[in-house]
Write a protein that binds this ligand. Structure first.
Ligand SMILES: O=P(O)(O)OP(=O)(O)OP(=O)(O)OC[C@H]1O[C@@H](n2cnc3c(O)ncnc32)[C@H](O)[C@@H]1O
Length: 181
C-alpha cells in the first residue's frame, strides 16, 4: 500500500503513522506501507481562522497530491487552524483522507481554547500562530515539535496526538461496518 501525505512537518507525519499503527484496519500491514511525504499547497490563507477554511485546506491538499500525478492508495491532507465557537476561539487539527474512487472523509482533533492574548494577535493583529508562539516561547519552531497544543497543555496533549486522533476519525468511515449499511 502507498500512502501520500501532503506535508513534510514531522509531528503531522508522526501523528498519521501513529494513527495507522493504532487502527484495526491498517496496523497489521504497517511495515508494508510505503509513505510519500511532500509539501503541497492548501490554496487557502496561511493562517486559517475558521473551521470551514481549515477543512478546505485539508481537502485541497489531498486533492492536489492526486492532481499532481502522485500514485497512491490514499492521499492525506492535513491542516491546522482556529475558529470561533460561541464567542471564543479554539485550535484544532483536521485530516482529510481520499482514496482513488473519489471517496473522502474528514477527521477532527479535539479542540483547545486559544489563550486571550494569542487570540488578539491572531484575530486583531492578523499575525500567524507560528510567529506568535515563536515570540512568546523563544522556541523558533514550535510547530515542528509539540505545537501550540503541547505548549498550552504542558504537553499533556501534543501536535502529534492532535493529528493521530484526527486521522483515526477520518479513516474509520472507509472500513467501519456502520458506514457500509
Ligand atoms: O508544512 P505544513 O504542512 O503547512 O504545516 P504547518 O506547520 O505550516 O501547519 P498548517 O499549515 O497546518 O497550519 C496553518 C498555520 O497555523 C499555524 N499553526 C497551526 N498549528 C500550530 C501549532 O500547533 N503551533 C504553531 N503554529 C501552528 C502555523 O502558523 C501555520 O502557518
Amino acid at each position: 500500500m502507498i500512502i501520500a501525505i501532503g506535508t513534510t512537518r514531522e509531528p503531522k507525519i508522526n501523528g498519521i503513522k501513529e494513527g495507522i499503527k493504532e487502527t484495526p484496519y491498517l496496523s497489521n500491514i504497517f511495515n508494508e506501507i510505503f509513505f510519500i511525504t511532500e509539501k503541497i499547497s492548501s490554496d487557502i490563507s496561511d493562517m486559517p481562522l475558521s473551521i470551514e477554511e481549515t477543512m478546505k485546506g485539508a481537502k485541497n491538499r489531498a486533492n492536489n497530491l492526486q492532481k499532481k500525478g502522485i500514485k497512491a492508495d490514499y492521499y492525506i491532507g492535513i491542516e491546522g487552524g482556529t475558529s470561533d465557537f460561541l464567542g471564543k476561539k479554539y485550535i484544532f487539527g483536521i485530516v482529510f483522507v481520499l482514496n482513488n474512487d473519489g471517496e473522502g472523509h474528514f477527521g477532527f482533533s479535539p479542540m483547545m481554547e486559544v489563550p486571550k492574548l494569542i487570540e488578539n494577535e491572531l484575530y486583531i493583529k492578523g499575525k500567524e500562530l507560528g510567529d506568535i508562539m515563536g515570540d512568546l516561547s523563544g522556541s523558533l519552531n514550535i510547530r515542528s515539535k509539540n505545537g501550540s497544543m503541547g505548549a498550552w497543555s504542558d504537553n499533556m496533549f501534543t501536535r502529534k496526538d492532535e493529528f493521530s486522533i484526527a486521522f483515526k476519525a477520518a479513516i474509520a468511515p472507509f472500513y467501519n461496518k456502520y458506514y457500509q449499511l
